[in-house]
Design a protein around this ligand. Sequence first.
Ligand code: ADP
Ligand code: ASP
Ligand code: MG
Length: 812
Amino acid sequence: MRVLKFGGSSVAGPEAISATLEIVSRSETPVFVVVSALGGVTDLLLEATFHAADQREEWRESLEEIETRYLNTVRGLLPVAEHAPVLSKVKKELNTLETLLEGAYLIGESTPKLRDKIVSFGELLSAFIIAKFYKSKGLNAVFQDSRELILTDDTFGNARVNQEKTETKIKAVLRGTDPVVVLPGFIASNGEGDTTTLGRGGSDYSAALIAGALRADLLEIWTDVSGMFTANPRLVKGARPIPTLSYEEAMELSHFGAKVLYPPTIRPAFQAGIPILIKNTFSPDEPGTLIESDGNPHGRTVRGISYVPGIALLSLEGPGMIGIPGISNRFFKVLSQKGINIVFITQASSEHSICVGINENQASIAAREVNRAFDREIEKGEIYPVKEEKDLSIVALVGDRMKEHQGLSGRMFSTLGRNNVNIRAIAQGASERNISAVIRSVDVKKALNTLHETFFEEQVKQLNLFVMGVGNVGARLLNQIRDQQKFLKKEHRLLIRVVGISNSRKMVYRQSGIPLARWKSELEEGTAASPQAFYDVVRNANLRNSVFIDNTASAEISGWYSKYLQESVAVVTCNKIACSSVYSGYLKLKALSRTYGVPFLFETNVGAGLPVIDTLKNLILSGDRVRKIQAVLSGSLNFIFNTYDGSEPFANVVREAQLQGFTEPDPRIDLSGVDVMRKILILARESGLELELQDIENHSFLPEGAGDSADIDAFYNTLERGEPHFKTLLSAAKKKGARLKYVAELNNGKASVGLEEIPEGHDFYNLRGSDNIVLFYTDRYPEQPLMIKGAGAGAEVTASGLFADIIRTGNY
Ligand code: ADP
Ligand code: ASP
Ligand code: MG
């Protein structure tokens, strides 16, 4: 024998109800079918009641909608020949409903008792119609009013069931009935003829009571999802059905908000040892979730993640709290007298405070009553007026076996912390089957998703990228990501999504990821951009593992890094300005990165894609000490001096370098040596030295006046006029069999940059094209330096260096 329950969306209209027929027909008999009101109708009934009680005419619109829904359902399900008697009964019931609402409207009031009477029509009508429909399709089906079976107290709206009487009634009435019995869920009676209801979502409970009393073999809950999921599937994309659960685990998950099962449902089934199977009406072949005593055969720890929205924290504090006895007693008494349900008591941070979590909609009354109860102490300043904090939610990890494992809460809280989810309180669960935290409601989605990733999808980590700047480097970076996305997901379980892109004019944001095949058109169709607007987008998106990537050379943009880091957004940049401006600024960014636990990475600041900074970091971390650094760090200058052989004027060679993307957007930054100064400064700082840009000696090779040129054109003019000067430099080197290289050096804490004649045989002599080379002389590499060499300029390699940093953020 089985009990099947179909929820609101499973009986929303003719099509859905037809699907239930298939399921019921396949079931073994006898079968008891408990149904909800047509989906959404309970809300409409309550809405109509409130409007009527408010003496607002809108109640008629809600009623009309309800009427249309039911009449259309009859017409859609039954053959025309059978319409008349059914429609006439339904219309009669709808008339009674109208009379009740009219009554509430005229008096301008609705009592809980009247509300229960009114909402009962939702379930009564659907059960009646569905029974008729099954019968018309050849099933031997009858309707049975469950108010005759389920007996409760007088708590209208959320009545308490008298289990004993109910069980006796169910057994007496339902034993030996027809093979298919259709019953309305949710409704009951107080034994004196008044209709009561079992609380929102209560049809599940009705079905469980019937299953328990009849010792059914199985209780099937048919709904619109394929089982109880590891997290609410509407909020967490990666959530998946849990094949089996223990009763306790299911209870805990539903208590903490997994709406798919109404919490009281589990007890009657558990007591009678009846398994509960949650199935999808619209996908009946999927296995669903089976809840039974042995529901956790593999001893898994965390089974699911739930949340309860609408929580407020109430805390009472004050200097007089220690001295005065009985404060907490009085505090709890006031709350209980006013019928305020304490959802949890939190760990007090000090002796002089009490803090409880309650339902948000009771917060104001609770605060008022507590303040009233303590008015004398408040007046004397011994206690402060109660503090009320709203817009909070509880998130909870659930699992029977969690108590046997250490470190789960650590993992939970560090996951939340890393993603800047502020934990307002830790809720003491009554059982040891959950670990719960109170967080801001705006953070719920992010929290559920990151926790889900940590505990259920460990393999796949999602990075959410916000890309600023799509010039030479940025555009290539986007292309590289596009080409690599699939591979990283498949082979490295790294899901890289570009969710925001901005240039100086336009910006675009898409939470689900911008399709990289057409990022250009998406950006063009975007909204007006500014650094502030982009920052607001990143902040409001509030996504986990967010990374801000700066592909610009803009000082303004680098000024925003600290703000991003403070939002726990990682910063990856090829822009050198932040790390080479004042030392205190550099230190501050490093400190913020540590404080907020997010990476600040700038590998591409030196040697483009070459692993220079990372290598240096590892040397220092492993206890080595830098003695000297010698390097050719300007891909642009190297290209220029390698190409310049006197046949073409120097100025043209520079133009060519600029054209090929080997120089900064402003070539003066390279030619003046400033770019190399910045790089050696960053290496010096990463080696542990406190140095400023002005501390670096710069032996300029430019002709007179070039340093002061007002703009790029004027600068090229001075280069053209200075051609004889460059010829002289070149021939002097040639005479000695040497080559010109622009060298940076750090030695004994002092840094310098300048053009040098490099003799044959030197490590630098054979550098080609735009190559860079860095020699680290350290305690461990005193004579033979550690050497890094390779292409050190160009958009493609810079982009790949950024990409490597982005991937590093994923391993942070
Ligand atoms: P019914 O009308 O069939 O009773 P409900 O709307 O009461 O259905 O419950 C099903 C809904 O519960 C799902 O559509 C889903 O949005 C929500 N839900 C919340 N948490 C979970 C979870 N952990 N697993 C499955 N569904 C969940
Ligand atoms: N129809 C009722 C509700 O919407 C009961 C249920 O569907 O379980 O709350
Ligand atoms: Mg439900």
